[in-house]
Design a protein around this ligand. Structure first.
Ligand SMILES: Nc1ncnc2c1ncn2[C@@H]1O[C@H](COP(=O)(O)OP(=O)(O)OP(=O)(O)O)[C@@H](O)[C@H]1O
Ligand SMILES: [Mg+2]
Length: 354
């Protein structure tokens, strides 16, 4: 078990920096998640840690050892590739044995370790199958066994669940988390799915255009996004520009004045309000510090919840998610209906404008 340290790591392709001055410390046994949109440099960063891509500048350490110039097989990292890349002409067992053969491990030991690795991902009955005879989820588990069998100091997972359906995806992520905990394995998982990141990570590293935007625990990132980008990427659909006024008030660009606990008079900011933290009301209730009249623009029934878009008198639009009543059968409010939208003075957060 080893920690991972990146120090001022930069990767240029031609003139563009696809990873830009990334510094980061991951503790031994920690589960870190790189979260960010397509093209932000997640895979490139992971490949630099595994040794398949050389940084243009900066250094990488595994434990106390500087591995910046070391080839992949000298790093003892287990990498599951984004497309899980099994060898199609080799059996499941041969795929898993591959890394051990490369390391000249004795034959009887290989047999034992392959068996143990397949048992761990619950594929012991599939050892003699070919990859094409497996489902996508089973193939991803083989890829995981192949990475685990070498007993890596660091496990690197590049979107390991991307090809699975929703149900298998949440099952697999629980398995990966349980496996990581029982082996106390330093792990980095790459994803662009915020729910997956929140579910498995001890710490999230949010990336944007080759840079780290924010590092924090799942709750920290979810509740206290520091930038408009992080708020937006973690599902805050309402990002309303405005300016702080005195007495904990905030004036939206559309002219509405709202109560906002962290407002600073005279400071431009963006009010970040999660759709599920606002409530739609048939009439003003006085229960929320903020209650504004609005009109329903769209209503989408999603089973457990309904998603609404409402418009304030100024034309400002807000997204709002409401839990449906059992047996309700449809969204509670219809397009065109006059409603009120309410939220408390601590339901939203102010983030810096871009
Ligand atoms: N070998 C390469 N040559 C040139 N550009 C590259 C190379 N590899 C990656 N890039 C570019 O670097 C940027 C980051 O790519 P990377 O694969 O790290 O993104 P990512 O965050 O993993 O995205 P995704 O979520 O789509 O997998 C992209 O703009 C990509 O086009
Ligand atoms: Mg990628």
């Amino acid at each position: 078990m080893a920690g991972v340290t990146l120090q001022n790591v930069t990767k240029h392709y031609g003139t563009s920096a696809v990873v830009n001055d990334v510094s980061l410390q991951i503790a031994p046994g920690e589960f870190a998640v790189f979260l960010g949109p397509s093209g932000c440099g997640k895979t490139t960063t992971l490949r630099m840690i595994a040794g398949f891509v050389a940084p243009t500048s900066g250094s990488i350490r595994l434990g106390a050892r500087d591995v910046t110039a070391a080839p992949p097989h000298r790093r003892n990292t287990g990498l599951v590739f984004q497309n899980y890349a099994l060898f199609p002409h080799m059996t499941v067992a041969a795929n898993v044995a591959f890394g051990l053969e490369m390391r000249n491990c004795p034959k009887p030991e290989i047999v034992e370790r392959v068996k143990a690795a397949l048992l761990r991902v619950r594929l012991e009955a599939f050892a003699e199958r070919m990859p094409r005879q497996l489902s996508g989820g089973q193939q991803q588990r083989v890829a995981l066994a192949r990475a685990l069998v070498i007993e890596p100091d660091v496990l690197l997972l590049d979107e390991p669940l991307s090809n699975l359906d929703t149900k298998l995806r949440s099952e697999m992520r629980e398995e990966i988390r349980a496996l990581q905990q029982s082996l106390k394995l330093t792990t980095i998982l790459v994803t662009h799915d915020q729910e997956e990141a929140l579910a498995v990570g001890d710490r999230l590293v949010v990336m944007n255009q080759g840079r780290i935007e924010q590092i924090g625990t799942p709750a920290n990132i979810f509740e206290m996004p520091r930038s408009r980008f992080v708020a937006d990427f973690t599902g805050v659909a309402n990002l309303l520009a405005g300016r702080g006024a005195s007495g904990g008030r905030f004036v939206l660009a559309g002219g509405e004045t709202v109560r906002q606990a962290d407002a600073v008079a005279g400071t431009e900011a963006v009010l970040a309000l999660r759709p599920e933290r606002a409530e739609l009301l048939a009439a003003a209730s006085g229960r929320h510090a903020n209650e504004l009249p609005a009109r329903v623009v769209t209503a989408t029934y999603l089973g457990t919840v309904s998603d609404y878009r409402v418009e304030l008198a100024s034309g400002t639009r807000l997204a709002c998610r409401q839990t449906n009543e059992p047996g309700g059968g449809a969204a509670r409010f219809a397009p065109g209906e006059a409603v009120w939208i309410g939220w408390s003075e601590t339901a939203a957060r102010l983030v810096a404008p871009e």
